[in-house]
Ligand binder design. Sequence first.
Ligand SMILES: [Zn+2]
Ligand SMILES: [Zn+2]
Length: 250
Amino acid sequence: MLDYHIHTIFSDGEVDYKTVIELSIQKGLTKIAITDHFDPFDKHQRNYMATYSDLKSHFDEIKSYSNDKPITVLCGLETCTGLDGKLRLSNDVIEISDIIITSPHYIEYDGTFEQGNYFNDGYWNAYKQTVLNMASGGGHILGHPEGYLPIRPMETAGTTYESRQEICREICDKYFDKDYVDELSKRLVKSNKACELHGATSTPREWVVKQMAENGVTFSVGSDAHAMNILGKSTRAYELVEKYSLNLLR
Ligand SMILES: [Zn+2]
Ligand SMILES: [Zn+2]
């Protein structure tokens, strides 16, 4: 079993890498990627000031700790891009990273917002354009393209985790249609980038996974665990792997 999307206290995870590794072994995972946030452009990340050398020491510590453990541990990161989808990381950072996940955490959109109105056509078109460009851009995995949508600019106070998930599902159904999924697939295949089967939010929608698989897309299994209760969460992912004979990033 794999889990290619895990956070530690290096970014906004709840435990350190040692705990992640020990718990992963206990859960029977055979290969994991520790993929903390690393995005100098994302002021919402508490470690957005982290430097190349911070990341390098983090990776060195992970490697020396996991060296003699019965599990393979990859050192990676999760980052966002601008509208053009291109990595905004130095070559040094890219070189030391085994896995780079690009995820649409925010959209650089200069239109207007109305609080509580989530169906903002201009914004979701910018979102789709960003994700399409990310699919064509650098990195190995497109992270949660249908989960944890960046609804923050429209959010009203007191929005719960559950209502946020429901809003995201409605946005997917309204805006992310078959033509978009086909175009996204085409770009992922061309750039040899995997689409994430996101454990935390159980996304993408099943018909999207099926359609992407038919279009030749490769997938990656990632829990996106910040809290360790969902570390290795992949039951749905492996059911889909089985059901649609998905090609997995291994
Ligand atoms: Zn993310
Ligand atoms: Zn994440």
